[in-house]
Write a protein that binds this ligand. Structure first.
Ligand code: AGP
Length: 612
């Protein structure tokens, strides 16, 4: 996600834009830019790679950019690496249209080709430049003003957008359009504002309009007018914002972690939509050809922490669907054990930040042995992304909470897609199965939403765990991998010791720790292993454990062995981690709250471990 801002009024626009962008840096911070109309109505566009401070220095805190009407953007790259050329605002060569955008235009490639045939050229790798020039194309073709040009563009593009535009022929006006990406409009004292999020304009106004999907707006210093897709004016109520600035950054959520947990349906949908086109997986942007995929004799999934746990899930899914031998290793182990690697193996490095020192070192170790490397990362242009041979981006947007949630979920989706594509190309999945699996993936966002609707039950149960000292998570197969992530979440934000244990391994020693009062959380989403794990649950309960079961709707027999049961919607067991992890994320979150801890910034931890 990115941060957008705009203002038209009587004051100098640039300082207001920079101030607004500073409140939106949590939404993206790899490059930034502003465009302001000077007093001769000419556009001054200034962009900078890096943090917002670089742009502030370049514009002398906005003083070097005169004018009272302008737009700004702070970027979280999704299409095109972080660079000045890819930074927003983007404009047509003749500056007829200048714009910024937050969202993803899924069909930007086809639109780019269409516009090239119409005589347009492109200087950046971004989808935003395409959508700005598409507006220009319709504006010139139909010549009946911004509303029509924007409406035609909204009909033509597929994806999500919060679009903020200025037209050379319309000085003193800012035009906006929205679908799915957040946008608010504010007005106060002879000025109008637009932003991705309340914090950017809270200093100037608490009176905002919420623009709906497929709606447009025209902002002037006298106020805002809204239109529907047919160009008809629509009335909107002004809403008074009661949040304080910090609460607003979290969009009303108490912590970034709970906000990011709730972003997972959208993140999963966007990651799927970016890599699945018309029901087919499209990895063409990654460069992984059929030849490369068929040449792979084995895969290493290498990562740290939650990314490693995502790799363990991928190991089961990839081996099941593609019948490729997969080994998942901790990067901090892999890099020092002098691994014996086969030239036809593929090393997959999974990393949210793309900067984790151990994972980067593992990547470099693989490259010194001439092994092909694929990075699954969230931060575009990060070190791991830049050094890997192939890159599969997750589209979780900036993740602020130290405990990862939405990025982990996006990594799972990437792993499922990779496994399905490998399975198809290596002849293990026929067309029917391929289509069935992709359709199953597309049910995940709504199923996560359903789980989130039931969060109060989990919050109630969390009170039972808040004073625990030892908690065990047990499961088999993918359920064991889910336990790993559930245990880490609990440990890192509630500071309660917990262990993820292969349920079948308990009797080989650890069951000696089970006694009255010990909590055991059993994960049972794998149909073929269900009865086995039930037996392990009974073993623990008969030794005094307090037992929670986490399973799919319909498996009501679990309640015979559990003191508390949480259900998730049914799904292909291969994809169950995407659902089962959500109650465990919520459980950890609520236990941490119950214990009065700093959920977003747990002690001793950093968001990205860039040191060994
Ligand atoms: C996850 O909740 C942790 N904060 C941590 O384990 C993290 O997953 C690990 O440090 C790897 O980070 P990366 O994905 O940025 O490489």
């Amino acid at each position: 996600m990115c941060g957008i801002v705009g203002v038209v009024g009587n004051e100098a626009a640039a300082p207001i834009l920079l101030d607004g962008l500073s409140k939106l840096e949590y939404r993206g911070y790899d490059s930034a830019g502003i465009a302001v109309r000077n007093n001769n109505d000419e556009f001054t566009i200034v962009k900078a790679k890096g943090r917002l401070k670089d742009l502030q220095e370049k514009t002398n805190d906005g003083l070097a950019v005169p004018g009272t009407c302008g737009i700004g953007h702070t970027r979280w790259a999704t299409h095109g690496e972080p660079s000045e050329i890819n930074a927003h605002p983007h404009s047509t060569d003749d500056k007829n249209v200048v714009g910024v955008h937050n969202g993803i235009i899924e069909n930007y490639q086809e639109l780019r080709e269409k516009l090239i045939k119409k005589g347009y050229s492109f200087y950046s790798q971004t989808d935003t430049e395409v959508v700005v020039k598409l507006v220009d194309y319709y504006y010139k073709k139909y010549n009946i003003g911004p509303i029509d040009a924007i409406a035609k563009t909204m009909v033509r593009v597929r994806g999500s957008y919060a679009l903020v535009l200025m037209f050379k022929d319309f000085p003193g006006e800012i035009w906006v359009a929205r679908k799915d990406s957040p946008m608010i409009i504010g007005t106060e004292n002879g000025a109008s504002y637009v932003a991705s999020d309340v914090p950017a304009i809270l200093k100037y106004t608490r009176n905002v309009y919420y623009i709906g999907n497929h709606e447009m707006g025209r902002l002037t210093k006298d106020g805002a007018t809204f239109y529907n897709l047919d160009g008809e004016e629509i009335k909107k109520d002004l809403v008074e914002i009661k949040w304080d600035a910090e609460a607003a950054e979290k969009e009303g959520y108490e912590h970034f972690m709970i906000k990011e947990i709730h972003e997972q349906p959208r993140v999963v949908r966007e990651t799927l939509n970016t890599h699945v086109k018309d029901g087919k997986i499209d990895f063409s942007e990654i460069g992984l050809t059929e030849e490369v995929i068929n040449s792979v004799t084995g895969i290493y999934m290498v990562a740290c922490g939650s990314a490693y746990h995502a790799g363990v899930v991928m190991q089961y899914v990839m081996e099941s669907l593609a019948r490729v031998p997969v080994r998942c290793e901790l990067a901090s182990e892999f890099r020092y054990r002098n691994p014996i690697l086969d030239p036809n193996e593929l090393i997959v490095i999974i990393s949210q930040s793309g900067e984790t020192a151990d994972s980067l070192a593992a990547l470099r170790e693989a490259k010194t042995q001439g092994i092909k490397t694929l990075a699954i990362v969230n931060v575009v242009g990060s070190s791991i992304a830049r050094e890997a041979d192939y890159v599969l981006y997750t589209l979780a947007g900036p993740e602020i909470a130290v405990a990862t949630t939405k990025a982990y979920s996006a990594q799972l989706i990437a792993g499922y897609l990779l496994s399905i594509e490998f399975g198809k190309l290596r002849g293990h999945l026929d067309d029917a199965k391929y289509t069935e699996l992709i359709k199953e993936l597309e049910t995940i966002p709504d199923k996560i939403t359903k789980i989130l609707e039931d969060k109060e039950r989990i919050q109630w149960f969390s009170n039972k765990l808040a004073n625990s000292t030892d908690i065990f998570f047990i499961g088999r197969g993918i359920d064991y991998a889910i336990c790993m992530e559930g245990s880490l979440k609990l440990k890192e934000i509630s500071y309660i010791h917990s262990e993820a244990y292969a349920a079948g391994e308990l009797k080989h020693g650890t069951i000696s720790l089970i006694e009255k009062g010990i909590q055991v959380i059993s994960v049972l989403t794998q149909t073929d292993l269900f009865e086995k794990t039930i037996s392990n649950m009974v073993e623990c309960k008969s030794r005094g454990a307090y037992s929670m079961g986490l399973t799919s709707y319909g498996n009501y027999s679990v309640e015979d062995s559990a003191d508390f049961t949480v259900y998730i919607p049914k799904i292909n067991p291969l994809f169950a981690a995407s659902l089962a992890v959500v109650p465990l994320q919520l459980l950890s979150y609520y236990v941490s709250i119950e214990r009065g801890l700093d959920v977003d910034k747990p002690r001793n931890l950093a968001k990205s471990v860039t040191v060994e």
